[in-house]
Design a protein around this ligand. Structure first.
Ligand code: MTE
Length: 332
């Protein structure tokens, strides 16, 4: 996001694209290196590049079984745009970097630990994420606080189904989410400049009624397939009426808690990024208007169309009652 953090400076030479990776594997294989990696594995040289040398496979996206969504009137964003224009600072703060620098991000095995108020917990493996609940498609608008937006067919399940497994009581007031912390795999976590000056791990939070709302989902896929790394594989949050930064990626922890949790962007600049972050054309960002957005589709100049931003991103009928009586200028 365009905030007062230090811009990184990543040279193209640091980026390894998939064709280079595949070529390298072939060459290493021919030289008899793959399978004989004990030396590399035992050394302290560990980075995504080291993983490439060690011949670890990329997890490819796989087709999913899910109930299809009814089409909506908004034009879908092209898949190639949704997977190449990303915010995922753990893999760099420039839009093109997450797709490039997450190519060998390993999501298997994965563990998502969900902890209730009495420290009771359940742990979901990679397979559980796809098997525990029926998967459904949801076509949602995603509105970034930076004033661009997309329309994306997500695949996932309502977060409330998972939370209900822990039988929350009235003591649970908030839900805290945490992204994987793994500097070896996430270059932005080991390089302050690449990672946009964020203090990792990335954390987010919702009020319990927001988390239980039927529109709030945990997504495991998009466009019919499992999520690619740059979109938050293997599991991410999607809260369509809030600015995109609330939709935390690659989640390893979900906690049901009594007090409001800290959130990454709120900690970085609380006057710019509030805890609620409901899409609101009436409340401008201190440095730009939120009245309009650039919808990234197939139309308009550079595939972008300037449109008016709607309150709650067009989901007011479903969610406005959650904030009844609240001053949304104060709770932005
Ligand atoms: N989650 C993590 N862990 N790290 C991030 O940098 N960026 C957020 C959100 N989730 C981010 C994150 C922001 S600012 C946006 S707009 C959305 O992811 C972008 O999602 P997309 O790249 O799938 O479009």
């Amino acid at each position: 996001m365009a905030i007062k953090v230090i811009k990184h400076n990543c040279k193209d030479s640091e980026v390894t694209d998939e064709s280079v990776f595949l070529n390298r594997r072939t060459i290493l294989k021919q030289l008899g290196f793959l399978g004989g990696t004990a030396l590399l594995a035992s050394s302290s040289f560990s980075s995504p590049k080291a993983d490439l040398l060690m011949g670890k496979e990329i997890d490819p996206s796989v087709s999913l079984n899910f109930t299809k969504a009814e089409p909506i009137s908004d034009e879908l964003t092209q898949e190639k745009k949704a997977v190449s224009h990303n915010n995922f600072y753990e893999f760099g703060s420039q839009k093109h970097q997450p797709a490039e620098l997450s190519k060998n991000f390993r999501v298997k095995p994965w563990s998502l630990k969900v902890t209730g108020e009495n420290k009771n917990s359940i742990e979901l493996s990679y397979d559980d994420l796809f098997d525990m609940f029926d998967l459904e498609e949801r076509i949602y608008r995603l509105r970034c606080v930076e004033a661009w937006s997309m329309v994306i067919p997500w695949i996932g399940f309502p977060l409330n189904k998972l939370i209900n497994k822990l039988a929350p009581t009235s003591n649970t007031k908030y839900v805290r989410f945490q992204t994987l912390y793994n500097p070896e795999q996430m270059p932005g976590q080991r390089n302050y400049f690449l990672g946009g000056g964020i203090n990792y791990p990335y954390v987010e939070g919702l009020r319990i009624d927001e988390a239980m709302h039927p529109l709030t989902i945990l997504a495991v896929g998009l466009y019919g397939k499992s999520l690619p790394p740059q979109n938050g594989a293997p599991v991410r949050l999607v809260v369509p009426w809030k600015y995109g930064f609330k939709s935390i990626k690659s989640i390893v922890g979900i906690d049901l808690i009594p007090k409001k949790p800290n959130t990454t962007w709120n900690l970085l600049a609380d006057n710019e990024y509030g805890f609620y972050a409901n899409v609101n054309p009436e409340v401008d960002h201190p440095r730009w208007s939120q009245g309009y957005e650039r919808r990234i589709t197939s139309g308009g100049i550079f595939n972008q169309t300037r449109i008016k931003t709607l309150p709650f991103n067009g989901y007011a009928d479903e969610v406005a009652q959650l904030y009844k009586g609240m001053d949304l200028r104060k709770y932005y």
